[in-house]
Write a protein that binds this ligand. Structure first.
Ligand code: KIV
Length: 288
């Protein structure tokens, strides 16, 4: 798509960075041009910088750090202080690499459940740590929070399907939206979150046909799939999983991109290329 957007990002004091940053506007342009959005988690400066150098569009400081960095069995114990600490490191890494990537950071469990003021206060902490957008999990009940944050200048990514912060209520890490009623509820929540102004929407472990339907219904809210088939506007993986760095079983929708590549940056670049070309995920990796 031809864009009238400036080709250089504004830099402080009127200078121009040669790097065109990934912004909500750029994500919309990518969507309209049919370019897939590449998202990957990172939790520290070096891996974030390598992801930026490899051309990852969105670097997510996920609360999955509670599992891959802290060794927990869920994301529930992750605190705001944890998120701020890791977001600061990732922001420094992206700056050092002069990366174009948008920095997305998770609001952890309990940091927005108390209402709009709490959500805003904690979103501000993440933005002041370097985040460009914040992510929160949950269905229709989060739509007023999304609207409140967006109206106050905080870009938001929503998250539906398997929402790991509510793993105990969901009775485990399981596929969501399999039956007609569950699918209809997910579609309704997706529309509510899009109407509230969410820029991105992570769809985790939902049937491919359902995530494709949601994607097509939402032209201005861009779906990012994880275990949700290839019909989404983009893909996300947990960095450790796609590097094959795991102490247990990796989910079956994950591919090891480090195997056969020349190093970590090359593995990130191979992932980005596979998402953009549409060769990841393939149907064999995703069968629900
Ligand atoms: O915390 C995280 O890493 C996430 C991704 C799995 C989307 O939310």
């Amino acid at each position: 798509m031809a864009s009238s957007a400036p080709q250089h990002s504004p830099a402080p004091y009127g200078g121009a960075s040669p790097v065109r940053k990934v912004t909500p506007r750029r994500l919309q342009e990518m969507r309209e041009a049919g370019e897939k959005i590449v998202m990957l988690t990172a939790y520290d400066a070096v891996f974030a910088g390598l992801a930026g150098q490899a051309g990852v569009d969105v670097v997510l400081v996920g609360d999955s750090l509670g599992m891959v960095c802290q060794g927990g069995d869920s994301t529930v114990p992750v605190t705001m202080d944890d998120m701020v600490y890791h977001t600061q490191g990732v922001a420094r890494g992206l700056a050092a690499a002069d990366a174009a990537s948008l920095l997305l950071s998770d609001l952890p469990f309990g940091s927005y459940h108390g209402g709009q003021d709490e959500a805003m206060r904690n979103a501000v902490r993440l933005m002041q740590a370097g985040a460009h957008m914040v992510k929160l999990e949950g269905g229709g009940w989060t739509a007023p929070l999304v609207r409140f944050l967006v109206e106050r200048g905080v870009p938001v990514c929503a998250h539906l399907g398997l929402t790991p912060q509510t793993v105990h209520a969901l009775s485990g890490y399981r596929v969501q939206g399999r039956d007609d009623a569950g699918a209809a509820l997910l579609e309704r929540h997706a529309r509510e979150l899009a109407d509230a102004g969410a820029t991105l929407l992570v769809l985790e472990m939902v049937p491919a046909a359902l995530s494709s339907r949601i994607t097509q219904a939402l032209p201005a809210c861009h779906t990012i799939g994880i275990g949700a088939g290839r019909g989404t506007a983009g893909q996300v993986l947990v960095m450790h999983d796609m590097l094959g760095a795991s102490l247990g079983k990796t989910p079956r929708f994950v591919k090891n991109f480090l195997a056969g590549s020349g190093g970590v940056r090359e593995a990130f670049a191979a992932y980005a290329q596979a998402v953009r070309q549409g060769s990841f995920p393939d149907d064999a990796l995703h069968a629900w």
